[in-house]
Write a protein that binds this ligand. Structure first.
Ligand SMILES: Nc1ncnc2c1ncn2[C@@H]1O[C@H](COP(=O)(O)OP(=O)(O)OP(=O)(O)O)[C@@H](O)[C@H]1O
Ligand SMILES: [Mg+2]
Length: 369
């Protein structure tokens, strides 16, 4: 641990002109578009700063030092870097000639503050009933996808959900670079490995998923499903691994499931479209859609259930909770809350059988008789 903190301190020192942004807990992201153009994200909104690096060489030197500190290199031949710093922050870099603005860096700072479900509700990111319903889905071991755009809060929400898994299970987490912060007793973390300079030794999410299946998982969590591993994940979900979860980049629950299908199709060309669609719809129980709104807030916009397929082959996806109409307040903030859609989940009986404190009345649409 001591070694880690020294190293984080060193990284901070490389970033001389922006040290105070690094130290400012209200800054969540730092975006450097060449030496003279530095933006930050604060409270979900982007702001331009007056910070500058002396010149491109100074910025490049800082980036080289960061790369070295994590045992990597960034060069003309290898002009991209995606790394996790020892303190958990994430750095992505692209340098010229690929980056026209000059060395381009994005730093997603590791947030020390652990968000609890309670905070999440207090921030207005989800309604209390929505959160309780998700909690119940965790208890019942529903297979769930968190869907959202870039930086919408998928990883944060997945971490929260993982922390609500009932005790006594073995959870295996697979990620490209370790980000999920999970407060749970029995959890194994796997991280992918890039190939060496000869192009050998790569270990992908798919490889790790295959290994996980032999390591007695109760639940498998894939940080981000972005490639052919979607097929193994679907298979795992359909072969008795209840409560598997992952995130996927998509703008709606419908898009998320179609994307999952497309990714899985890349994993096995031999499976017919119909067979694959059937497996996808059988595997996924729920999709939680999260979005970043125009006032900078991040909120769960829908909790939808996947109910199989329609006659025309499309997926039958039904919202259980969804965002009401949002109204802009004079201060620019959006007012509104997730509300029940009026539909009962297909597993209402399971909720009752388990004596879970979520009566059917909680699914009644406000204003409905
Ligand atoms: N509900 C929330 N309210 C406010 N800020 C949030 C919320 N959820 C996440 N954040 C912040 O938003 C940023 C992005 O969050 P996160 O990494 O979870 O997003 P992501 O969708 O996984 O991003 P990516 O697309 O890069 O994987 C982080 O700084 C995080 O602390
Ligand atoms: Mg993420």
């Amino acid at each position: 641990m001591a070694e880690e903190s020294v190293s984080s301190q060193a990284v901070r020192n490389f970033l001389g002109p922006i040290k105070d942004l690094w130290d400012d807990p209200s800054v969540s992201e730092i975006l450097i578009n060449g030496p003279n153009d530095i933006f930050i994200e604060r409270g979900g909104k982007l702001h331009k700063t007056d910070k500058k690096f002396p010149d491109e060489d100074a910025l490049r030197a800082a980036v080289n030092n960061i790369a070295q500190s994590v045992g990597r290199r960034i060069t003309f031949e290898e002009p991209r870097l995606d790394a996790r710093l020892p303190d958990g922050s994430r750095v992505a870099v692209v340098i010229p000639p690929c980056a026209r603005n000059g060395t381009t860096v994005s730093i997603r700072k590791f947030t020390q503050t652990k968000i609890s479900f309670k905070d999440y509700i207090a921030m207005g990111s989800i309604s209390a009933d929505g959160a309780q319903f998700l909690d119940i889905c965790m208890f019942l071991g529903k297979n769930l996808l968190v869907s959202g755009g870039t930086g919408s809060g998928k990883t944060t929400l997945l971490s929260l959900l993982c922390s609500r898994i009932p005790r006594g299970q073995r959870v295996i987490v697979i990620e490209d670079s370790s980000e999920l912060k999970i407060n749970y007793e029995h959890v194994v973390f796997f991280e992918t490995k890039q190939s060496d300079s000869l192009g050998k030794g790569e270990v992908s999410i798919r490889d790790l998923l295959k290994s996980s299946l032999r390591l007695r998982p109760d639940r498998i969590i894939v940080g981000e499903v972005r490639s052919a591993e979607a097929l193994e994940l679907i298979n795992a979900m359909n072969t008795g691994h209840k409560g598997c979860m992952g995130t996927v980049h998509a703008n709606s629950p419908e898009d998320a499931i179609v994307r999952l299908e497309a990714l899985a199709a890349g994993g096995d060309g031999k499976l017919s479209e119909r067979a694959l669609q059937y497996q996808v719809s059988a595997a996924i129980d729920l999709i939680v859609q999260i979005s970043r709104y125009s006032d900078g807030s991040r909120r769960v916009g829908a909790i939808s259930e996947v109910l199989g397929q329609n006659k025309d082959g499309t997926y039958n996806i039904r919202p259980i909770f969804q965002m009401s109409r949002l109204v802009k307040r004079p201060d620019g903030k959006l007012d509104g809350q997730m509300e029940p859609s009026g539909e009962l989940p297909s597993f209402m009986q399971e909720i009752l059988d388990n004596n879970l404190p979520f009566p059917a009345s909680k699914f009644t649409k406000p204003g409905a008789a």
